[in-house]
Design a protein around this ligand. Sequence first.
Ligand code: ZN
Length: 341
Amino acid sequence: MALIPMRTLLDHAAEHGYGVAAFNVNNMEQIQAIMMAADETESPVIVQASRGARSYSDDNYLRHLMLAAAELNPKLPIAMHLDHGNSAATCISAMDMGFTSVMMDGSLEEDGKSPASWDYNVGVTREVVQAAHSRGITVEAELGCLGGIEDGQGAGLSEEEAQDHLTDPEEAGRFVAETGCDALAVAIGTSHGAYKFKKKPTGKVLRMEVIREIHQRMPDCHMVMHGSSSVPKELVDIINEYGGSMPETYGVPVEDIQEGIRHGVRKINVDTDNRLAITGAIRKAFMEDGSQFDPRYYLKPARAAMAEVCKARMLAFGQAGHAAGVEVKSLDDLKAFYASA
Ligand SMILES: [Zn+2]
């Protein structure tokens, strides 16, 4: 199946009350792991690449690997999304390279670090929405700032500082109306990376009420949870058991994500958990047999470990079993839809 616009997947998820995991990729094994999990669970798929991934792998490799995934899995609807575009130019270059969805993160300025003004965010998001929708491409925007930094993107806010940059539900309504974005990333106290919370998060730090209130005001708004790896202790333990040195850390519990899905969250970004699974499997392989030197010896278990994480998330978020139900729409179909809206 051809790569399809992400909006189609989000609309179907909203209609049927489930969420879709968006997994970050940098190479072939990660894409294969996602497709193995999606094939097994019959899930629709969102694969995303950050600016860091694009410079690491090159757009041409990413695009052809994604086209291979689509070719090999004709029954699975797949969207290819740009994670955290920092400017209109970045988003447009992704559109030119075959991405069917882009995120314009105007919550930060073009440097990807400084929290931006309302006017800047609305202006640059609207510009990207116009360019994208004229091609049938989906746009995710962001209002409010998450903590942490990942792939050079982020204001570097601490867990405490992130509490001062939560998404304001009233502003969210105005923002979506003024920009016309298809999906909105919300800040509810989470961070990018593995070190989200120093202890198991309570309602004081993970502010699920923000999601509930936005959903109440805008029941049709597709919300996106960023920084939503759960950082399972067992994955961190494997890394540390085989020579790693990761301090104790906590992520976003799967139950809280499921609560979000009941209130309008349709896309959940997961990267760290897959990184942990891959690193643990490779460390284990190295420690278990130091005589091996074929990359397949450690990349194969790494890929299988990531596929297990993807499968677990697909089941937990409710996307499993929904691949066949998604009505396949082309970029041209969406182009006509936006033009008539
Ligand atoms: Zn993010």
